[in-house]
Design a protein around this ligand. Sequence first.
Ligand code: NAD
Length: 453
Amino acid sequence: MFHYLNDGRFAATSVWVDIKEKSGDVTMLKKQPVEVSRGDISNPFMEVQEQIDAICEKANVSDTCRLRLRECERELIVHFPVKMDNGKIYVFTGYRIQHNDTRGPSKGGIRYHPDITLDETRALAVLMTLKAAVVNIPYGGAKGAVACNPKLMSQDELERLTRRYTSEISMLIGPERDIPAPDLGTNPQVMAWIMDTYSMNKGYSVLGVVTGKPIELGGSLGRFEATGRGCMISTQLASKHLGIPLNAASVAVQGFGNVGATAAKLLSKDGSRITGISDSKGGIYNPNGLDVQKVARHKKETGSVINFKDAENITNTELLELECDILIPAAIENQIHKMNASSVKAKMIVEGANGPTTYEAAKVLRDKGIFVVPDILANAGGLVVSYFEWVQDLQSFFWSEEEVNNQLRRVMDNAFHEVLEISQRHKVDMRDAAYILAIKRIADTMRVRGIFP
Ligand code: NAD
């Protein structure tokens, strides 16, 4: 986790890494801060602005479009009180950022995390605009966040926080305007509270105001697994392109939550050997393959994947550097950075998390010839099925899981091949190609819409 200085516009000074400590026969995994030089890991919003500048130049996109995409259209910062279980009142800070709604209503998750900053939320909102455009879904991008630690809060406290935050941002959200969804630290229950709070204020039930809801509240079948399934589809398409047979491939997955665990389960079902898995407490490794279902049960029982009996404990750093065919970083951002990128040995990386690779590291991976399916394509499955959920809610007509999964595959397949075609035509990597496709799509829509007034 990176700690940004001042208002977050400057480079980080430390990064937390796992270390191993041996005491007799027991190996302990601990976290230790490591100093990094300024300029190695920069501010995420400035990084994404730099990428937009570079791509607009490469793709010959108008300066008006570039200047509009560099900034977020609407930014709301809220500071609001919540009564805690001990009777004390805490004041929390939250954000809702709408980056660009040229192609449709804004869409983006809500993150509950202690280290979230305004600039990180802005960067994530930009990624949502680009992601929707890559997979050709008629949405703009948004992101919301509250700086809090949900792991240290009771369900009652989380409910009060969610309901108050929803009221604070209700001037921006709505089924035609801006539709939140789950992200790190939030889940279907949080979405249900948002839907209920918004509906209470309207006086009638508004199913389409959030996606990622429980099934009994207008949620879509297949939504929970959609991001991991999208990663699995991207992995299948990329391995076919590279000629790596998936049923003989070794895969390392960082993060064993919604995205990582689903991708690992589906790939293992498809015949791949999942040799490494990690979570925030550390990782495990077995070169012969891990039984993913058993690892999931072990995590449920013990709270972590570490100390799984059929594997060796490793650090998160070691997991990223494992000898494997496919690496799926599906935890948090900035995990592959300038300091470790040159040690990555995977032949391909499928970015399940948002922004797991820093800008500098992306250049190193490109020079090493590692094929990267970038986040705005690889993890777009959740957004796609969120869109399906919204469509079903608006029509009050619900699809079967098979229909959802088939439509998801169709959308991911089209997007992957469009990005691949651009990458080959422009002789750029998949990340630049995805940005080119997205930005050109948005620029075309901006041009036909014109500028008001
Ligand atoms: P989650 O909270 O369900 O799981 C996160 C996992 O990452 C957990 O296993 C956690 O222990 C692990 N983790 C956290 N910090 C870590 C660290 N420093 N090192 C290693 N592991 C760590 O979250 P999720 O929904 O699976 O999301 C994971 C990533 O995917 C995030 O970047 C999120 O923005 C992105 N994403 C999620 C969705 C979705 O639909 N859930 C959609 C698009 C993108």
